[in-house]
Structure formats: structure tokens, C-alpha cells
Design a binder for this molecule. Sequence first.
Ligand code: ADP
Length: 425
Amino acid sequence: MTIGWLIVWLISLGILSLVAIMLWHRLLVLRREVRHLLADRPLTYEVPGPRIVREIHADLKEIARREGEIARQFADEDFSLRAILASMVEGVLIADGNLQIRLVNERLQQMFSLPKSPMDRTVMEVFRNHLVHQVIRQSLNTGEPQSAELQAEIRDGDQFQLKHFQITSVRLRPRELESMNRALVIFHDVSQIRSLEAVRKEFVANVSHELRTPLSIITGYLETLIDGDGDQETNLRFLRTMHKHAERLNLLIEDLLSLSQLESRKISLRFEPIDLSESIHRVLEQLDSRVRESGAGVTVTIPKHLPLIEADAFRIEQALYNLLDNALKHSAKSGAKVSVDACSDATAVVVRICDDGVGIPLSDQPHIFERFYRVHKDRSRDAGGTGLGLSIVKHTVQAHGGSVAVQSSPGAGATFVMSLPVRQS
Ligand code: ADP
């Protein structure tokens, strides 16, 4: 009886040990699978064994599948975020509650020429600007979006450039993350807009000034004429003066129209083969009475066969007229000496218009092709100049693919050199 029980007990013990060993083995397999899961390695397709082990393994596989899905989603979002940030023309920055930088895009680094990564440094450390600090701090404190315009000297190679930035800071606090306090800051470079605004303001101020002078003279004379106190001779003199100023207004408006058409490239130039020597002679004919009145001497030296250029005859003659008109206008004495010569090589026809007038100081030479820039203000106005002639010349020549330059020193006259490309046959 005792031996029989002993045998049964031993057999049971053996069976239990066998089951324990099998379970131990399955647990080892499961542990290996958990480690695979932690190391992001694929799980074994099937684990044989009792149902409970198979169910745990199936759950592990489901966890692995969900984890993979979340990782893919993260990767997708990360890629999209990086792509959006990299393609933005605005600079983007995210700062935390301590105003420490947590994210920036490349554009921001370029905008401010930041030498090293601004990550994990404070806004003050990176920008050294109270306004940026203040705008972000206020948006974080109040929860309201804050904007400001920032002016900063930005290093560009060896030089510094004044830039204008519009900055907007918005607090980021998603509903599910109440404790998070971060600010998203957008930097928009508005330097070009500001400089265009400045040019426009200056242009409007210049035009108003140019229009006001002749208009106030005309109005003044008209009031005197209306009073009717003057004799016929005085009245006629007044009318002549008014006529002269009305013509000046007319000229100014014509020049403004030409310039605005050339600048906006709205005009389509009527290109045709042109012999520049013919254009020069036509312009000299138009100026003939002026030349004779002033007692000026004009010499023309043009080789017989000048290559043709491809140009708009009207515009080129307008440019030549302006240069020759200036050469006559800015002579210091009556009987000015003006020379026009032309030469060519395989690529360009070069026209030189040279006078012995007052000349142009070196410091003014870089500016004389700008609108309304005058070196000799009174001389120009007295001679009916609009201050737009050389600007028209520059735009015309550039529209033809050529160039214009000045060589001069005060008291020793001026030479304008205009170069236009030869017509390619
Ligand atoms: P303006 O109608 O006043 O002549 P421009 O644009 O033609 O305007 O010329 C700009 C300025 O450049 C002139 O006001 C004048 O001071 C200077 N300038 C142009 N041409 C000459 C020249 N040949 N000699 C001396 N100064 C010149």
C-alpha cells in the first residue's frame, strides 16, 4: 500500500516537474518576446504552448503592432513638421516658460545670421534684444497674441545691414496639456516692404515739391492778373512766365510718365535695326536752334560704317537728347564746346558725349542717375530741368541691354559714355 502510494506520488511529481519545465520554457520564450518588443525587434510568428501562453503572446503582438503604428504616425508628423518648417519663408521659434529656445527653423538662423545653434539657449542670450524678450514674455503671461516691429543690424559678410522684422508671439497651450506654457514666435522679414515704402514716400515728396513750385508761380501771377492792376506789357510778361512754368509742368509729367513706363517695364519696346549715327544727327537737328542761340560749338565724329544696333528708335533718341541737352545746359559759359563721337567693336557701339562745362564732383557721380538728384539745383531748375533726364537715360539703356557711365571732375566738363550691344545677324 505504502509502496503503491509512493509510486503514484513519484509519478505525479514527475508529471508536475514536466509541466513546470514546459511552463518555464514557455515563460522563457515569452520573456524573449518581451525583450524583442522593448528592442523594437519583430516578434516570433507563433509560440506553441498552453492557451494562456498563446493569449499572452497574441497580446504582446497586438502591443507591438500598435507601437509600430504610433511610431509610424510620429515619424510622419515629424517629417511633415520638418518639411513645413524648412519650406517656410518666415523664421519660426518655440520658447518655453523660461524663455529657453526649444525649436527653431533654418530660416530663422539665416535671417539673424546666427553663428551657432540657438537650441536650449535663452531668447535674450541669442537675440540680445529686449523687444523680442518682452513680446514673448507678454504673450506667455497674458495668453494674448503679441506683435511688434523689430529693427536689427544683421551681419552680412563683413558688413552690417539694417533689417526690419515683424514678430508675432502666440502662447501654445493645448487643452489636454494645461500645464504646458510655450510660445510660438513667427519672424517675418519686412525690410523690402519698408524700403519700398521709403522710396515711395520720397518719390511722392519729390513730385509734390517739383509740382508745387511752378504751380505756385502760375497761381501768383494769375492772382495779380485777376486784380487787373498791371499795364498790357506787364501782363504779357506775366503770361510768358506762366507759359514757361506751364511748359515745365508739362515736361515734368512727360518725364514722369516715361520713367514710370520704363521702370514698370510696361512698355513694349519696338525693336528694329538702327543706325546710331542717324539717330545722333536727328537729335542734333532738334537741338539746332538751342545750339545756335547759346553759341555752342558741337563737333561730331562718327565712323562711316557704324554697325547697326537693335533698338527702339524713339527711346534711344530720347536718351541721346537728354545727354546732349545736359551737355549744353551745364556749360559754365556761353559758347560751350560739345563733342559727340562714336566707335564700335564686335559687340558694342559706344557713344561719348563730352562737354567743357561745370563738371560733376566725384561724390555726386554715383547718384546722378537717381530720380530727382541734382548737383546744381538752381542751374537745373533755371534751365527747365526736371531732375529725371539721366534716370530715363539709365533705364532706357538698361532696357536695351547696354550701360551708361560718367567721367568728370569739377570745372573740367563731363563725359557720358553710352554703350549699346551690336545687332546680331
Ligand atoms: P536735369 O533735368 O536736372 O538735368 P538730369 O537727371 O538730366 O536732370 O541730371 C541730373 C543732374 O546731374 C543735373 O541736375 C546736374 O546737376 C548733373 N548733370 C547732368 N549732366 C551734366 C553735365 N553734362 N555736366 C554737369 N552736370 C551734369
